[in-house]
Design a protein around this ligand. Structure first.
Ligand code: KG4
Ligand code: ZN
Length: 332
């Protein structure tokens, strides 16, 4: 089945052609970061307008790069939520019209299901059941995954998402938006042990997260040390990153142990973090677990993960109706 996946939930307009939920023929991502950077975060109205400009060229490019015409498509999958409503509506309305025009089935997909299914776009894939850590700008959750469309939420953040904490700390340090990749780069030159920021494990037998205390602690440190050298900024980045990574690894490994899973996955924008990738692989190996993390291109928002998630619904004959709507928040 040739599926076109379309993603427009935040600040990336992305389209991709994927065969049978696993083989990527093309994946085009038009990022709006340069537009939002000057405002220090995503401006919803600007995001919608930029999606409107980009959606047709991005879909055309995805078909071009895949070397197929639209008539070859067997179906279409589009992000239905969660996300910015105005941004989602652009992709969603496009999908309705496009699928109607081609007379092909289409399905609205949960963005988080897309992230989890991104692991199936790689060569080595996990076996069910596995535990997945979803770490992005809007979410930090652990799921027990028993099938491509079957998830049990084991825990989630009570306040900030991990990516949001990265972005806020980056802002405090005057580094800019989005902060995750910037902090990650500086952290590599910092001393991870110099500043011991607090790790919030909450109840160690449960799988919820909290990053607001850590964020406040970084903010206080910056207030008491108002003039920071480059070296100190790197140490703050390294200390902060280490605190986040330690908690993420601890909770994911604990969840895998509780469910007795041999396979674990890390997905979402923060899964691109080098330190997180290194540390979870090392700690998992010590426990005899196998870790699956998509390549960095597939960690951030993309259309391929939406096509991958949509495939399993379309294959079983499930489709969305023309009266279906987007949603800004939804539990998975
Ligand atoms: O999955 P994603 O692209 O969008 C959402 O669904 O939210 O995730 C974006 C988040 C941002 O908060 C960004 O700062 C973070 O992922 N991020 C990183 C890295 N690259 C992106 N965080 C830590 N280290 C990175 N290398
Ligand atoms: Zn995302």
């Amino acid at each position: 089945m040739y599926i076109l996946g379309l993603e427009s939930s935040c600040d990336e307009t992305a389209a991709s052609v994927v065969v049978n939920g696993s083989k990527i023929l093309s994946s085009i991502v038009a990022s709006q970061i340069d537009i939002h950077r000057i405002y220090g975060g995503v401006v919803p109205e600007l995001a919608s307008r930029k999606h409107l400009e980009a959606v047709v060229p991005v879909v055309e490019e995805a078909l071009d790069c895949a070397g197929i015409s639209a008539e070859k498509l067997d179906g279409m999958a589009v992000t239905q939520g969660p996300g910015l409503v105005g941004a989602l509506l652009v992709g969603f309305c496009f999908a309705k019209g496009f699928a109607y025009g081609l007379d092909i089935p289409w399905i609205g997909v949960n963005h988080l299901e897309g992230h989890i299914n991104s692991v199936f776009l790689e060569k080595d894939v996990p076996e069910f059941p596995f535990t997945a850590l979803l770490v992005s700008g809007g979410h930090t959750s652990i799921y027990y995954v028993t099938g491509h469309t079957r998830f049990e939420l084991m825990g989630q953040t009570r306040d900030d998402a991990a990516g949001e904490a990265f972005d806020k700390v980056s802002k405090m340090l005057g580094l800019g938006y989005p902060g995750g990749a910037l902090i990650g780069r500086l952290a590599q030159n910092g001393d991870r042990e110099k500043i011991n920021f607090p790790r919030s494990f909450l109840d160690k037998t449960r799988f919820d997260f909290s990053f607001s205390g850590l964020k406040t602690s970084v903010s206080r440190y910056i207030q008491t040390n108002p003039v920071l050298s480059r070296e100190q900024i790197c140490d703050i980045a390294a200390g902060f990153e280490e605190a986040v990574v330690d908690v993420l690894c601890f909770k994911l490994l604990g969840a895998a142990q509780k469910k007795q899973c041999r396979h674990i996955a890390v997905v979402g924008g923060v899964a691109a973090n080098k330190r997180l990738r290194e540390k979870i692989v090392r700690q998992a190996e010590n426990k005899g677990l196998q870790v699956f993390i998509p390549g960095t291109d597939l960690c951030g928002d993309n259309g391929a993960m939406i096509a991958a998630a949509g495939y399993y619904y379309l294959k079983s004959g499930l489709v969305s109706g023309m009266d279906s709507d987007v949603y800004s928040r939804v539990a998975l």
